[in-house]
Design a protein around this ligand. Structure first.
Ligand code: B12
Length: 465
């Protein structure tokens, strides 16, 4: 039986887009994990990654070549249209091919996928075990009658490591020669680069996300053991000789003890590679000792969801932090030389122009290394999405609008001209900050400037050697 997984992540950058930033340069851990588990159960699995193809004709040719019995497609809300189109072509090429869809979108809005009669099965939540069970049933000719299947949350230490070669081999076939299956996104993280997930789920309650992620992974966080993660890093070191990596976990530093044990094991096993991870501002402040330890042993930077500079908006978002804590977190990062990747949103429901300006002024104070703004986009499955729908605020007209789009506001009630100004202004550095950055860069690159001043004084005879 032939099983083909399909990654249709082309809503942002389109076909022929591999290696272009995160959207197009990273693997889908969901598919890589499904593949690893299915292979461990004896199934043959391959991949079609639309990002590596030229167009839909190319996709059709690939299907004709492979003639899969079953296809599995992953779907975030933003992927709805490319996935739907892929399924239409699959059924046109071979109506008997069984189509299975899983991922974040079906997990929070299953009906919207079930409405498509060309979708044979929808898997909600984590899919490793359920997908393999389904393949087994199909192989035995015992197809389940129900189209909606509920996934089982696996013990993360007992499932195999993600099958990254699924992507790398597929990419190589199309002439993309890469040392590892992912590309870095900042200069601090040199190639070869990989991403890794130490746990699934999130224990916090931000209303722009929750409860969506609970539907996917269950409530709270399940984290792999430190040994299990170190084991995967060793494998990745042997295989891809990675020089840097990134943790995808929603908030790695929430578990202080885990982080401390990880740092210890990371060092003891001879790892030195720099890495980034995501963290909440309040935890960076509360767990400064852990942050210091991590910064001494590999941690190079944080993705931080600052979200807003207005305390009222932060309360509204149930973010559990304040403007002051955001600023304090940035100070902690600076203290330990950590790069700041600032995630924040503009154009939120109920947000006033004054509050947008508070976000802008906060960013001037934080002076992040990387700005990552988004016009707030209501995602199904979240409480804020329900609020937006109840109040008829959504401007999202099409699933393609779920992508990050700097030209399109997603919520009614905001002045587009003001928001465009805010978007640009939020990313404009103060001249003094620009000077500080240059200073920090020179220090990091050439060492303490006092050393050069001493040499100069000696040279002109103002100081004895
Ligand atoms: C890493 C990540 C990214 C990366 C890479 C994504 C990628 N290539 O997969 C980047 C940075 C590019 C990214 C971008 C975006 N992301 Co993102 N991302 C994540 C993050 C943090 C981790 C994803 C992950 O690897 N999870 C772990 C794996 C194991 O889980 P999984 O993929 O869900 O797969 C499991 C199940 O879903 C299921 N499953 C998945 N696929 C399939 C297929 C089949 C056939 C079956 C049976 C089962 C199945 O089984 C899998 C194994 O258990 C998640 C949050 C999270 N913690 O999951 C958000 C998340 C997926 N992202 C999200 C969003 C909104 C986005 C953006 C739209 C944000 C934006 N505005 O820019 C963009 C869209 C990019 C694009 N394609 O255009 C949302 C999706 C919500 C939704 N309704 O779709 C999430 C859930 C965050 C959140 N809580 O809101 N993202």
């Amino acid at each position: 039986m032939r099983t083909t997984l399909i990654y249709a992540g082309i809503a942002g950058k389109g076909f022929n887009s591999l290696k272009q930033g995160m959207d197009s340069g990273w693997i889908s851990h969901g598919l890589a994990s499904l593949s690893a588990y299915a292979k461990s159960q004896g199934f043959e699995v391959d991949l079609i990654d639309l990002r590596a193809l030229e167009d839909w004709h190319h996709f059709r040719r690939e299907l004709l070549d492979r003639r899969p019995d079953v296809v599995g497609l992953t779907m975030m809300s933003v992927d709805f249209n490319p996935v739907t189109q892929a399924i239409a072509i699959i059924k046109e090429v071979s109506p008997q091919t069984i189509t299975v869809v899983g991922g974040a979108h079906p997990s929070v809005a299953a009906q919207s996928v079930l409405d498509n009669p060309q979708v044979d099965y929808v898997v909600v939540a984590e899919g490793e075990i359920t997908f393999s069970n389904l393949l087994r049933a199909i192989e035995k000719g015992q197809r389940p009658e129900r189209r909606l299947l509920i996934g089982i949350h696996p013990n993360l230490d007992t499932i195999p490591y993600a099958d990254r070669d699924l992507f790398l081999n597929e990419w190589r076939k199309f002439g993309y020669d890469l040392p590892s299956p992912e590309v870095p996104f900042v200069s601090e993280l040199p190639s070869p680069f990989v991403t890794i997930i130490a746990g699934r789920g999130c224990r916090y309650h931000c209303n722009f996300c929750k409860p969506a992620e609970d539907f996917l992974f269950g409530k709270g966080t399940r984290r792999r053991s430190v040994d299990n993660v170190i084991g995967e890093l060793k494998l990745l070191r042997d295989k891809y000789h990675f020089n840097s990596f990134m943790f995808h976990d929603d908030c790695l530093v929430e578990d202080r003890q885990w982080c401390q044990e990880f740092v210890e094991a990371y060092r003891a096993n001879g790892f030195w590679q720099p890495y980034f991870c995501q963290a909440r501002a309040d935890l960076i402040v509360h767990f400064e000792d852990t942050v210091r330890l991590m910064a001494q042993h590999g941690l190079k930077g944080f993705f931080i969801g600052f979200e807003s500079g207005s305390d009222r908006m932060l309360r509204f978002l149930r973010k559990g932090t304040t403007r002051q804590r955001n600023l304090d977190a940035a100070r902690v990062c600076r203290k330990y030389g950590l790069t700041i990747w600032a995630n924040y949103m503009l154009g939120l429901p109920t947000e006033t122009e004054e509050e947008v300006k508070e976000t802008i002024s906060m960013l001037k104070e934080i002076d992040p290394d990387y700005y990552s703004p988004a016009f707030y986009t209501p995602h199904p499955g979240s409480d804020l999405y329900d609020y937006v729908m109840e109040n008829d605020l959504s401007l999202v007209v099409n699933y393609d609008s779920f992508r990050r789009n700097p030209t399109e506001l997603k919520i009614k009630g905001h002045d587009p001209a003001f928001m465009q100004w805010a978007l640009a202004e939020s990313q404009r550095r103060k001249p003094i900050n620009q000077m500080k950055r240059t200073w920090r860069y020179l220090r990091a690159r050439y060492g303490d400037p006092a050393k050069y001043a001493r040499r100069l004084r000696r040279l002109v005879g103002m100081e004895q050697a």
